[in-house]
Design a binder for this molecule. Sequence first.
Ligand SMILES: [Zn+2]
Length: 422
Amino acid sequence: MFQNFGKVQPAETSLSCKSHKLMLYNEIIQQCHPGHYHILPLGMRSLEKLIRVIDEEMDSIGAQKISMPCITPLSFWKKSGRWQIKELYKLKNRQDQEFCINPTHEESVSLLFSCHAPFTAKEAPIMLYQISRKFRDEMAPKYALLRGREFEMKDLYTFDSCLEKAKETYENVCFAYEKIFNRLQVPFVKVEASTGDIGGKISHEFHLPSNIGEDILYICKGCNHGVNKELIDQSKEQQCPKCGGDLHFTSGIEVGHAFLLGQKYSSIFKATFIDKNDNIIPSQMGCFGLGVTRILQAGIEVLSLDRQIRWPKLIAPYQLCIIPQKEGYQSKETMDLAMALSDQIINMPNLNGEVVIDDRLHMTIGKRLYEAKRIGYPHIVIVGKRALESPPQFEVILPEWQECQFMSVDCLCQILSGVKTI
Ligand SMILES: [Zn+2]
């Protein structure tokens, strides 16, 4: 495995965010230059699983995956009036033509749609999404993947023939987002939010509550309705706009954002439908972002202990780490047993490719166990002396258990058969 523990990262002591420290120290990520991070093998495995979860939920609402260019010309952004956005990364080619490296794709997708337009109401909703690198010229990147200059984002754009249908689509997408966070088993809140630079009529944000989050959220104690502080009139007494209940506030890491855009982009770029009376009308659009690399880190931030990563289990890089005895008396036998156990487990339909054998036999079991706990494998199995008994007894450690348990291979497989993977 591409890892070299104990190589302390120079900036580490000055970091104030738990997930940032844990991800650097356990070699999930590594800074390349400020605001830009390498994602190392363990991080990539988790990220790819997260992408599969998102793909499944997008597919379940009928969204189709595409890929749009990262670089788009000045003309797109002049047309939408967004060329002046400060965070746009801009560049010129050898012919002195100006481009931007996209942070978002409303312009491109509307143009794409317009090439095939007009659509009929029967064909709606049309939902196109991509998961790709996005770029933002952040003044002060911090907390690694939580606020970087380069990040992985899922952006979905929806096109409907009327506002009523667009609202229905909006609700469906928000529901799919809730399903994603529920599958990851991370606590989240959905709050009303401002529409900002994107524009539009309705907007909601999805946050993972955390004290390092940069947004202040007001949550109703009565009905759980949430509002971003930006929308609250600070001069008035704070009460829930829905039920009048008392509000409490929390900070949150924004991981998703939904906008009902209306016709802002579709009218500029002629992304149209034909209505009942054969009139050509701009479509009612929605756009929906998920910060994919941000979810990866925010999930770790909200679930982990100070010195041990806790992954959202579904997307842990590996589900199981097997630790055979240190080299010496009978270590060949325990290594063989570890290999046989691994073979048996990877033959289970849910665990193919999910097992790591820590074969650094020059290290003690204790040292490797310490590291395995720190990396946060959801299941750790030690193949020690008692594995040489007949029948073999394996020492099983789950992070949420108070103590380890010795068990037979059948017992272990029974526990593992219930593990959800993707
Ligand atoms: Zn309320």
